[in-house]
Design a binder for this molecule. Structure first.
Ligand code: AHG
Ligand code: MN
Ligand code: MN
Length: 341
């Protein structure tokens, strides 16, 4: 961990500039984009904290008002992030969970394409459980004299130039990567700055936590059922039985996995034949973070970041976390492949 003596604090802004200075040819545009997202995150964080107060008051009113407040926060986060990106004129298009189509911004010649899950885990807002925002950044491939097409956004995750998330939890944490490791920042609300808390996070090779919505057990592929039973068996050498932890906000579940190791799974099932989570603004960015921290992410057969996307809101199954855990679940899936749903 970084030394946090009072005179040695590094803010997100300083850190981004320092990182940029290591690349003499850098134009500073990606740095600006990351700073814009940092600013939007502070505004969303403030609103998320206020939503807590609204919710407490909401219990005295009707459940409808409570529900509307939750929805409003999704839309608020979307609006804040998009207008932050619009202001700096370096993003040509944004794809967000909250918008059906591609949103083309004023800066048609902007260099970057940004995917957003503005508020992840929104069903947890009304119960004061951690939620987050996720972003994924690509370089546009069309030349500036070519018309920008929606398909320009359909790039595989390996082409991400940066990705990250903000977790609104007991504190607000921002984590991002540009492909040179994962850095983590914690918001100090008293000065309104994200302060560097770790510059090279590595997750354990093997973890003792599995994270999955076990309510869907009956419709899982057989290999997955067998793997979860394996996690629950006793074996001192491999530290089993593992603990089960499932928050229901992917950002929060991945944040725990990043720090403590283990595996997070959202499989395909009868209800979600292609998985539930979105490839472009949930799975790719969080896979980039986990891989950069030394972990793995797959759909059961293929590396998540190598999937060629066909649609902006495409879903995928995901198995993500410590290398050893992901490798083991893949062995189970392979062994029982024929019998799967
Ligand atoms: P969102 O709030 O952006 O729609 O995402 C919710 C997602 C994800 O955060 C979480 O891992 C998953 O939905 C939980 O789904 P289940 O309730 O089916 O477990
Ligand atoms: Mn989400
Ligand atoms: Mn969302």
């Amino acid at each position: 961990m970084v030394n946090k003596s009072k005179n040695n604090l590094v803010t997100l802004e300083e850190y981004i500039i320092q990182a940029q200075n290591r690349f003499p040819g850098a134009t500073g545009e990606l740095s600006q984009l990351l700073r814009d997202i940092g600013l939007a995150a502070k505004i969303i964080s403030r609103e998320v904290n206020k939503a807590g107060i609204t919710n407490i008051l909401g219990f005295e009113g009707s459940t409808n008002i409570h529900g509307e407040a939750v929805k409003k926060l999704d839309i608020f986060a979307d609006g804040q992030l998009i207008s932050a990106l619009e202001r700096s004129l370096i993003t040509c298009m944004v794809i967000s969970e909250e918008n059906d189509g591609v949103v083309k911004l004023g800066a048609r010649n902007g260099k970057y394409i940004v995917y957003l899950d503005p508020l992840d885990g929104s069903s947890n807002i009304d119960v004061n459980v951690s939620i987050g925002s996720i972003f994924s950044i690509y370089m546009r491939e069309a030349r500036f004299d070519q018309t920008l097409r929606d398909d320009d956004a359909l790039q595989p995750g390996v082409k991400q130039v940066a990705a990250g998330y903000v977790l609104y939890g007991s504190s607000t944490t921002l984590c991002y990567t540009t492909g040179l490791g994962v850095s983590m920042f914690t918001l100090d609300p008293s000065i309104g700055e994200f302060i560097l808390s770790d510059r090279q996070i590595k997750l354990p090779e093997h973890g003792s936590i599995y994270s999955i919505n076990e309510g869907s057990y009956n419709s899982w592929p057989l290999g997955l059922k067998k793997y979860i039973k394996y996690c629950q068996e006793e074996d001192a050498e491999t530290n089993r039985p593992y603990s089960a932890r499932y928050i229901g906000s992917m950002v929060a579940d991945i944040h725990r996995t990043l720090i403590k190791g283990g595996i997070f799974i959202y499989p395909h099932s009868k209800r979600y034949p292609s998985g539930k989570l979105r490839l472009m603004y949930e799975c790719n960015p969080l896979s980039f973070i986990i891989e950069q921290a030394g972990g793995m992410a797959t759909n059961g057969k293929e590396r998540i970041m190598e999937i060629q996307p066909e649609a902006i809101h495409q879903q995928t199954p995901i198995y993500i976390g410590s290398k050893e855990n992901v490798t083991t679940v893949m062995e189970f899936l392979e062994e029982y492949q024929e019998a799967s749903v």
